[in-house]
Design a protein around this ligand. Structure first.
Ligand code: DUC
Ligand code: ZN
Ligand code: ZN
Length: 466
């Protein structure tokens, strides 16, 4: 079937332009100047709407085992929510648990996702242990499985943690095979000392999760990761969920030196704070326990992160979607903040929350699209299939209504969570229509997609490799 999306303003990384988009089957066939498109029976009227590439969320954790429980969204519920919010591709993190064969961890992740996704999906691989076997597996995943990025943790000793020697070995391997190393950059052993001392003082409330993870320990780990990557012959390095000014300074300095270093931030760090959310009375703040943590509103983090997005020191906005229900899951940490499962759910809201940055004058339209769609696709080897409205690309298209309004609430969201990190927030703009590989899966508030229509995407290498 051919469909013409007529009368809208197509937004790409180079800016907005009035144009009509012709979709043929699953792909974009052509783009026409207004008034020059052919006669087509099936027309979608995009007058007054932005026509943007389906968004790409490069950081999600469906069903992640964490802290004695599992992230509460399955691939079914999480990708459905993503789709409704205008995200048409996710890259989730498959997990190699410590002691497990990497390929077994990957097979288990395929088992969770296969047949359950509403949108196309790909995987990064978390390495829970770096040794001769897992280093060999990295080559096989890059060459044969379409997995070209590996996440390592400088935090969580005894769980996901890798020491500096392991990190260096994985980086050297990545330098050889073209993969990207993604780093959770927080100094875990130092954090563990601060956590123990806080608990000994009787400081058990959720806010102490943030206070025991000071920005200096994020900056130190970020800097150490950057220097380790330099030693590994400038292995490409991507810092995940960057939250704070001092860590951003490390990334900016490295990029100014021309290093192969990139970073993402997440909506929670752009809007939410240690005092207003994590420091909410009683145990309420548990809803906002995530790592890296929310930062103080009395410092310049949020303004600096918005600026980093404008200057491209921050290249991508992902969600780090890792939802846990308050009841029975977050509650595991009642009386001990260190037992609260870490994570915030937000896969449904990233497109809207970042559009609010456009409304507020913090981002251009082009930069909005670039940070939520084009750059994540390019960063992780999905471009030009995803992340752009161009002939030959998959017809993943969102019609965005700048005159609409979005109200966020646990009562109306589609994620499998009993609360919302954004409860009651009102946002200018609204996802109007979502098209995934040529199929309209959401329109005017009605969802018509289905589990199993999403396909696994084998990824190539990053476009940003030097
Ligand atoms: N951070 C989180 O908040 N949750 C899961 C893992 C992580 O690094
Ligand atoms: Zn992390
Ligand atoms: Zn994460």
């Amino acid at each position: 079937m051919t469909t013409l999306i007529r009368g809208g303003t197509v937004v790409g990384p180079t800016g907005p332009v009035k144009a009509d988009v012709l979709v043929d089957g699953e792909t974009i066939a052509a783009i026409f100047a207004p008034g020059s498109s052919p006669q087509i029976d099936h027309v979608i009227d995009a007058t007054g709407k932005y026509v943007i590439p389906g968004a790409v969320d490069a950081h999600t954790h469906m069903e992640l085992p964490f802290g004695g429980t599992h992230a509460s969204d399955t691939f079914d519920t999480g990708t459905r929510a993503a789709a409704i919010g205008g995200t048409t591709t996710i890259i989730d993190f498959a997990v190699q648990r410590t002691g497990e064969v990497v390929q077994d961890g990957l097979a288990a992740w395929h088992g969770k996702a296969d047949g359950n996704c509403h949108i196309d999906y790909a995987f990064h691989m978390i390495l829970g242990g770096v040794d001769d076997e897992s280093l060999k597996a990295m080559d096989q995943l890059v060459a044969g499985e379409g997995i070209s990025s590996f996440k390592l943790f400088m935090a969580y000793p005894g769980v996901f943690y890798s020491d500096d020697g392991q990190i260096l070995r994985a980086m050297q391997k990545a330098r050889d095979n073209g993969a990207m190393i993604m780093m959770h950059a927080e100094n875990g052993p130092a954090i563990d000392v601060l956590v123990k001392q806080a608990l000994e003082r009787g400081e058990t409330a959720p806010v102490h999760h943030g206070l025991t993870r000071p920005q200096e320990l994020e900056a130190e780990a970020t800097s150490r990761a950057i220097w380790l990557a330099s030693v590994a012959a400038d292995c490409p390095l991507y810092i995940v969920h960057l939250s704070a000014t001092k860590a951003l300074e490390q990334v900016r300095n490295a990029r100014d030196l021309g290093k192969n270093v990139f970073a993402e931030t997440c909506p929670q760090y752009l809007y939410l704070t240690l005092e207003d959310q994590l420091g909410a009375p009683g145990f309420e703040g548990a809803k906002w326990v995530c790592s890296t943590p929310l930062r103080s509103k009395h410092e310049t983090h949020r303004a600096d992160l918005w600026q980093g997005l404008r200057t491209n020191d921050l290249s991508v906005v992902s969600t780090d979607h890792c939802p846990f229900c308050f009841k029975d899951q977050k509650e595991l940490g009642l009386g001990d903040f260190s037992k609260i499962p870490n994570g915030i759910g937000g896969v449904e809201h990233r497109v809207d929350l970042l559009y609010q940055g456009v409304v507020d004058g913090k981002l251009s339209l082009a930069r909005w699209v670039e940070t939520i769609a084009t750059t994540p696709a390019r960063m992780f080897g999905l471009y030009p299939r995803k992340g752009i409205i161009a002939p030959g690309s998959d017809a993943d298209i969102v019609l965005y209504d700048p005159n609409g309004r979005t109200r966020i609430s646990a009562e109306t969201h589609h994620m499998n969570m009993d609360h919302s990190a954004w409860e009651g927030w009102e946002i200018d703009g609204r996802v109007d229509t979502v098209i995934a590989r040529g199929e309209v899966i959401a329109a005017g508030g009605e969802y018509t997609g289905r589990a199993g229509r999403g396909r696994y995407l084998k990824r190539g290498l990053s476009d940003y490799l030097l």
